[in-house]
Design a protein. Structure first.
Length: 308
């Protein structure tokens, strides 16, 4: 049976910890001279409906590190669901490659790809979630603090795809999760319901507020993301009027624990959701976090496509 990587919610805490341990191991091995070619002769198709820097380059390099091959299929090429039905694309690609990574608009489209593909499908971001990002985020937190359980992770801003996956991985691993953002931009209720179940199992707590000061109180991690996600460009002006009270700036960071780390999935909109002073300051781990996309994704690929 093939296994997909569509949502953090689909993985048990033990499986997530297993992926983190594998990422740490592969990272160590890489810096000690290189990885074993466990994906030799295997290929990953990378389907993108939206732009990308980190996801595209880190998945491509991840395949290369593991001895495999990856290729990019942009929005102009295969026309997911437009030029051709998703079910047909999934079945055709399954005869050529051993894995499919896709970045889509509608979450339903990644589910449909996974339903029809005979090979593992990896979610490279949908409008609903961003699980590959969350695994790299947890890896970064784990490396920094030596644990995830018991920490307070505060997400400040839009209750978007990145917030959903961060909330799920935090609660799965026993970290207390807080969210603060404007009214009308909350994390989807269905995702919160799942997080409540994960938190009940792991002993984590959840906090939802419209007050960013409340959310960062006692935080070990402050996390933010763009106010306008890809596909929401038409709402940009309205969002830029509503979100400024949720900017992660030096004053807000000073209200968290003194050793707090600041995270951002990037791309950042400097001067909007985060100031230059914070992103380039001593609390920021954003570049280590971005680099960890490579290592976390190697773990996903090795497990799903290499049987490691
Ligand atoms: N964080 C992230 O997924 O970046 P890209 O959009 O550049 O891939
Ligand atoms: N929330 C952002 C994340 C980009 C990596 C978006 O969807 O555009």
């Amino acid at each position: 049976m093939k296994r997909d990587f569509i949502a953090i919610a689909d993985y048990s805490p033990e499986e997530i910890q297993g992926l983190l341990d594998l990422a740490v191991e592969l990272k160590k091995e890489w810096f000690a001279g290189g990885n074993k070619p466990i994906l030799k002769g295997k290929a990953l198709a990378m389907v993108f409906q939206k732009p990308s820097l980190r996801t595209r380059v880190s998945f491509e390099m991840a395949m290369e590190h593991l001895g495999g091959h990856a290729f990019y299929l942009g929005p102009q090429e295969i026309g997911l669901g437009k030029r051709e039905a998703i079910s047909d694309i999934a079945r055709v690609l399954s005869g050529y490659v051993q894995g499919i990574m896709a970045r889509v608009f509608a979450h339903e489209h990644i589910l449909e790809l996974a339903r029809w593909a005979d090979v593992p499908v990896i979610n490279g971001l949908s409008d609903y979630n961003h699980p590959a990002q969350a695994l790299a985020d947890a890896l970064t937190i784990y490396e920094h603090f030596g644990k995830v359980k018991g920490l307070k992770v505060a997400f400040i801003g839009d209750g978007n795809n990145v917030a959903v996956s961060l909330m799920h991985i935090s609660t799965k691993l026993g970290a207390n999760f807080a969210w603060a953002g404007p009214e009308g931009y909350e994390i989807p209720e269905q995702a919160i319901e799942q997080a409540r179940e994960f938190a009940a199992e792991s002993g984590a707590s959840l906090q939802f507020t419209h007050d960013p000061h409340e959310a960062v109180k006692g935080a070990d991690v402050i996390y933010t993301d763009t106010w306008v996600s890809m596909g929401e460009e038409a709402e940009a002006e309205k969002r830029k009027r509503v979100f400024p009270p949720y900017q992660v700036n030096a004053a807000l960071v000073a209200e968290a624990k003194p050793e707090v780390i600041v995270m951002h999935c990037l791309p950042a909109h400097r001067g909007e959701e985060i100031t230059d002073e914070v992103i380039d300051g001593p609390h920021s781990v954003v570049f280590q976090q971005a680099h960890n996309r490579l290592h976390a994704q190697k773990a996903i690929l090795a497990r799903l496509m290499g049987g490691i």
